[in-house]
Design a protein around this ligand. Sequence first.
Ligand code: ADP
Ligand code: 5GP
Length: 205
Amino acid sequence: MPGQLFVISGPSGAGKSTIVSALRERIDRLGYSISHTSRSPRGVEKNGTDYHFVDKETFEDLIEAGDFVEWAEVYNDYYGTSFAAINEQIASGIDILLDVDAQGARNIKDHFENSVLIYLLPPSLDVLESRLKARGTDTESILRMRMEKAANEIKECTWYDYIIINDDLEKAISEAEAIIVAERCRAARQEQTLKKLFAKYISIG
Ligand code: ADP
Ligand code: 5GP
């Protein structure tokens, strides 16, 4: 059975990276799709771990070469998911988390219709702004741009499969974990296990 894709979207500062790393520590066989971006690394971000950081020309060459499942221009920079970032992992049955914006989520859903879409919201825009300020990784003008975009983009949450409000961090992580665990228990995803355990008693598939 190929791995399942779990897309996490939400405005910048909603807590996506924080929750993605907590989930990867807690859940077995959960991979991550490392996106390409033309933006510069911020804080402690590492090339090849958080993103593949490339310049705009290189990104455009990769688009030309058809390397991306999806890509988008966000805050004046390119971001994209390469086929390489996901194909090998899902082929070996690894579920993958993807942190992409709403355009990316739609495109992923078009390519992989079983993907599960989760939208992460802050408890309010004021809290979002104070978290971005406390994170301290953006200049004032970038912070303004991120806040303006947040106000416009949160309406996208309505067509996602799940919405999580990230007020208390531990509660938000537990909710995301519960979604992944429940999706793994779906009958359709248990066929191999059933065949292995009970093929003698029931006919499957
Ligand atoms: P994103 O990846 O969505 O841009 P981050 O994971 O970088 O967001 O989170 C933005 C900031 O908010 C970080 O400094 C993070 O430690 C903090 N943060 C995340 N969730 C919470 C929470 N529930 N309560 C308080 N601070 C949080
Ligand atoms: P950040 O600069 O905060 O890391 O990311 C900015 C935005 O780009 C976030 O909304 C994030 O979800 C989105 N993003 C990151 N990687 C990708 C990607 O590969 N594709 C798309 N479409 N969006 C991405």
